[in-house]
Ligand binder design. Structure first.
Ligand SMILES: CC(C)(COP(=O)(O)OP(=O)(O)OC[C@H]1O[C@@H](n2cnc3c(N)ncnc32)[C@H](O)[C@@H]1OP(=O)(O)O)[C@@H](O)C(=O)NCCC(=O)NCCS
Length: 155
């Protein structure tokens, strides 16, 4: 989980976004390590030629996905994907994406959803992986409620 946490922060820096609010402890809890249903899973891409400070293969990319549901039934929501600068354009992103597709098939998910900033070059990557622009195809608009705990205290 500390590696996932680091990669999430690397992604935020890459995207010039604020650092994630969650902690490593949140990741352990919400990843199902507390015995409850996992809210997410993460896959790491490791370079076995490069060892980290513990002598383990270095993580050079990751994806963090959550379990979701849709009219297609079980669905995976791919929240984040990052390949470290040093390992881009070598097929690592494709490997990670295909690993999610493989897992989706294994657990009976027939849909993978994701969203991305309209200016992000990763859109070409997603398109190449077969993702369809649902905003164009179905006119979907992406909404989000922020700060639910504070804004909806009367409910
Ligand atoms: C998007 C990202 C994960 C792609 O990883 P990658 O390892 O460089 O991609 P790959 O080398 O596996 O490329 C797979 C295919 O996508 C294409 N592709 C990848 N990035 C592309 C880009 N920026 N523009 C156009 N095509 C791209 C490649 O040409 C390749 O095509 P091919 O299969 O026909 O050869 C990586 O660029 C990244 O980490 N970006 C920053 C983080 C980010 O924006 N994430 C998305 C939002 S969470």
């Amino acid at each position: 989980m500390p590696t996932v946490f680091k990669l999430m922060n690397d992604l935020a820096a890459t995207l010039k976004e604020k650092a994630p609010k969650i902690t490593v402890e949140n990741l352990y809890r919400d990843g199902g390590f507390d015995g409850n249903i996992p809210y997410f899973f993460a896959l790491l891409a490791e370079d076995t030629e490069i060892k980290d400070s513990n002598g383990l293969p270095s993580a050079v990319g990751f994806t963090l996905c959550s379990y979701s549901y849709s009219w297609d039934g079980r669905t995976i929501y791919m929240r984040n994907i990052l390949v470290c600068d040093s390992h881009r354009s070598k097929g690592v992103g494709k490997l990670i994406f295909h690993a999610v597709v493989k897992y989706a098939k294994e657990i009976g998910c027939n849909r993978i959803e994701l969203h991305v900033n309209e200016h992000n070059p990763a859109r070409k990557f997603y398109k190449g992986m077969g993702a369809i622009n649902a905003a164009e195809k179905e006119g979907h608009v992406y909404y989000r409620l922020y700060d639910v705990k504070n804004k909806f205290h009367a409910i």
